[in-house]
Design a binder for this molecule. Structure first.
Ligand code: C2O
Length: 530
C-alpha cells in the first residue's frame, strides 16, 4: 500500500513496488518474461498480462477464479510466459474485483533485435496511460453497488500517467515521437486529441495496422495503440494542450470531466525550462461530442491490418463453428425484504445470451485440468439466444437474466466466427469486449440487428484489424473470427468494469490437441489454491 495525493487528498492505494502507475515491462518479441508477485496488501490479488497470447501458458494468464485462485495476502506466485508473434503496446493489470483501478502498467514489446518498425523510426517513445482517479475506495464502491443493485458511483477525474492535470510531454521541433497509448480507465471509453497536431495510428493491441492519420482517436478500456506524433518544424511560440474525455452511450451518470496535459516545445533560446509560457497563445483540441457514435464508426472503420508479406493477416477463411451472442444489460429480482436501487426496484445485471456469469469459488482451469469440474461449471453455454427477440427494438417485457457459471467448449484448432449483438435492454450501450488468450479479426460490424442472410457478404476477410478488445457498437453488432489454437480456459468479458461485475462475462474452454505440442502443460507448483 502506498500513500498517493491527487485532487488535494491523500489516499492509500494498492501499487506494485510503490509505483503508480506501476512499473513498465519492456520485452522483445520472443522473450520469456518471469514476474514474481509477492502479495503484501490486505487484498487477494491476481495480475493479468492483457493481450499476451499465453500460448501453452494459460496458468500465467491471471484472471481470478478463471485460470487461477487469487494470491492471498502474504503469498506469492511466479507468472512465466513467452511473448510470441506480438509487437507494440500491451499492458498488465490486477484481475480481481476493481483493484485494477490503481494496479496497472504498460507492457512494451519491441521487435526482435535488428528488425525495424514498419514505419519511421521514432526519435523518442512516450507512454500515455489513461486512468480514473477515485477519491472513494473503489472496493467499497463496487461491493456496495452489488449489494444494493444500483449503479455504482463514478470517478472524480481522468488521469494521464496517473496525473489528473499536470502531465507534460517535452518535445523538440521537427521530430517524430511514438506514443504508447493505453486506456486503463475502469468504466470509460475515451476520445483523445492534441491541439494543432495530428496522430498517425500504426499499431493496435500489439499488431501493426495500415497507418492512418486523425486529429482525434477513440480508445476503449483494454485497448492499446501506438501512434506517431510529428512535431512542428520550427519552435512554435505557443502552448498545446492534449485532452481526453469520455465517449458516452449509457443512460446512467458518468464522470464528465476532461483530463488535460501539455505538449511543451523546449525553448531553444531559453536556458530555463519554462512550464507554460504565459505570453504565448494556448491551443486546446476540439473533441467530438460525448455521444458522437458516427465519429467512432468512422474511426473504427479506418483500422485495417497491415496484411503485408512480413506481417500477414491470417484471417480464418473457413469457419468450423458459428456463434451468436447477445450482449447487454438486464435485471435480477430484488431479494425479499430488501430494497434495491436498480431499475424499478430491481438489481442491475448484465449478460451474454442472457446468462449472467456467476464467478465460481475455485478456478475453472484448475478444476478442468484436475478433472473435478462437476459442480463448478456447466459446459452448456448457449450458442445463440434461447428466446430470440428484436434485439435493438423495444425491449421485451421480461428482462430478467439467468445466473450461472457456464463455459463453451471448443476442440483444439476450431475456427470460430462469433457475432456479438448489442441489445437495447435498459439502453443501447457500447461494450468493449475483450477475449483472453487470442487475437481475433474484426470481419464486420453494423447497426441494428445482425442479418445472417445479408451481412456476411460484406465481411472483410482480406485485411480486417486484428485485436483483443473490440467495441460492440451501441444498438449494433460486430463479427469476429479466431482460431482456437491455444488450450486453456479463456475469459471473455466487457472491459467496462461495471458491466463485468454485473455478469457480462463468460469463458471458452479450448481442449488440448492430439500432439504433445498442443497440450497445456501441468500447472506450476506455486499456483495459488483457493
Ligand atoms: Cu484487461 Cu480480462 O482483462
Amino acid at each position: 500500500m502506498t500513500n498517493v495525493t491527487r485532487l488535494c487528498e491523500t489516499k492509500s492505494i494498492v501499487t506494485v513496488n510503490g509505483q503508480f502507475p506501476g512499473p513498465k515491462i519492456v520485452a522483445r518479441e520472443g522473450d520469456q518474461v518471469v514476474v514474481k508477485v509477492d502479495n503484501h496488501v490486505p487484498y487477494n490479488i491476481s495480475l493479468h498480462w492483457h493481450g499476451i497470447r499465453q500460448l501453452l501458458s494459460a496458468w500465467a494468464d491471471g484472471p481470478a477464479y478463471i485460470t487461477q485462485c487469487p494470491i492471498q495476502s502474504g503469498h506469492s506466485y511466479v507468472y512465466n510466459f513467452t511473448v510470441v508473434g506480438q509487437r507494440g503496446t500491451l499492458w498488465w493489470h490486477a484481475h480481481i474485483s476493481w483493484l485494477r483501478a490503481t494496479l496497472y502498467g504498460p507492457i512494451i514489446i519491441l521487435p526482435k533485435l535488428g528488425i525495424p518498425y514498419p514505419f519511421e523510426k521514432p526519435y523518442k517513445e512516450v507512454p500515455i496511460i489513461f486512468g480514473e482517479w477515485w477519491k472513494a475506495d473503489t472496493e467499497v464502491v463496487i461491493n456496495q453497488a452489488l449489494q444494493t443493485g444500483g449503479g455504482p458511483n463514478v470517478s472524480d477525474a481522468y488521469t494521464i500517467n496517473g496525473l489528473p492535470d499536470t502531465f507534460k510531454i517535452k518535445v523538440k521541433p521537427g521530430k517524430t515521437y511514438l506514443l504508447h497509448i493505453i486506456n486503463a480507465a475502469l468504466n470509460n471509453e475515451l476520445f483523445f486529441s492534441i491541439a494543432n497536431h495530428s496522430l498517425t495510428i500504426v499499431e493496435v493491441d500489439a499488431v501493426y495496422v495500415k497507418p492512418f492519420t486523425m486529429d482525434t482517436l477513440l480508445i476503449a478500456p483494454g485497448q492499446t495503440t501506438n501512434v506517431l506524433l510529428t512535431t512542428k518544424a520550427e519552435y512554435p511560440n505557443a502552448n498545446f494542450f492534449m485532452e481526453a474525455r469520455p465517449y458516452v452511450t449509457g443512460q446512467g451518470t458518468f464522470d464528465n470531466s476532461t483530463v488535460a496535459g501539455i505538449l511543451e516545445y523546449e525553448n531553444p533560446t531559453s536556458l530555463f525550462s519554462s512550464s507554460i509560457n504565459k505570453s504565448f497563445p494556448s491551443y486546446k483540441p476540439i473533441l467530438p461530442a460525448l455521444n458522437d457514435t458516427s465519429f467512432v464508426t468512422h474511426f473504427t472503420k479506418k483500422l485495417r491490418s497491415l496484411a503485408s508479406a512480413q506481417y500477414p493477416a491470417n484471417v480464418p477463411q473457413m469457419v468450423d463453428r458459428r456463434f451468436f451472442f447477445t450482449v447487454g444489460l438486464g435485471e435480477n429480482p430484488c431479494p425479499e425484504n430488501h430494497t434495491c436501487q436498480g431499475p424499478n426496484g430491481t438489481m442491475f445485471a448484465a449478460s451474454i445470451n442472457n446468462v449472467s456469469f456467476v464467478m465460481p469459488t475455485t478456478a475453472l482451469l484448475q478444476s478442468h485440468f484436475s478433472g473435478k469440474s462437476h459442480g463448478v461449471y456447466g459446459s452448456d453455454f448457449p450458442i445463440m439466444p434461447l428466446t430470440p427477440f428484436n434485439y435493438t427494438g423495444t425491449a421485451p417485457n421480461n428482462t430478467f437474466v439467468t445466473n450461472a457459471t457456464k463455459v463453451l467448449v471448443l476442440p483444439f484448432n476450431t475456427s470460430v466466427e462469433l457475432v456479438m449483438q448489442g441489445t437495447s435492454i435498459l439502453g443501447a450501450e457500447s461494450h468493449p469486449l475483450h477475449l483472453h488468450g487470442f487475437n481475433f479479426f474484426v470481419v464486420g460490424q453494423g447497426f441494428g440487428n445482425y442479418n445472417p442472410a445479408i451481412d456476411p457478404a460484406r465481411f472483410n476477410l482480406v485485411d480486417p484489424v486484428e485485436r483483443n478488445t473490440v467495441g460492440v457498437p451501441p444498438g449494433g453488432w460486430v463479427a469476429i473470427r479466431f482460431l482456437a489454437d491455444n488450450p486453456g480456459v479463456w475469459f471473455m468479458h466487457c472491459h467496462l468494469e461495471v458491466h463485468t461485475s454485473w455478469g457480462l462475462r463468460m469463458a471458452w474452454l479450448v481442449l488440448d490437441g492430439s500432439l504433445p505440442s498442443q497440450k497445456l502443460p501441468p500447472p506450476p507448483s506455486d499456483l495459488p489454491k483457493c
